[in-house]
Ligand binder design. Structure first.
Ligand SMILES: [Zn+2]
Ligand SMILES: [Zn+2]
Length: 63
């Protein structure tokens, strides 16, 4: 991915995740160069959203 702040190109795997310095837990990918908090990749967001949607649907069926 590319850092939205400094434009540095890096692999998600070599970026800092779960830095422990973000309030409420780290859910971002920190740039290894400038430490900017980049939002997670859209693909991952889609996955997460799908999980949440599924849970909502299940809840709706149960009630
Ligand atoms: Zn950066
Ligand atoms: Zn963080």
């Amino acid at each position: 991915m590319i850092c939205g702040f400094c434009g540095h190109r890096f692999d998600e795997k070599e970026a800092k995740q779960g830095c422990g310095g973000c309030p409420g837990g780290c859910h971002s990918i920190h740039c290894p160069r400038c430490n900017y908090k980049n939002p997670l990749e859209p693909e991952l967001l889609k996955k997460i959203r799908r999980i949440f949607n599924k849970n909502d649907a299940d809840k709706g069926d149960a009630e």
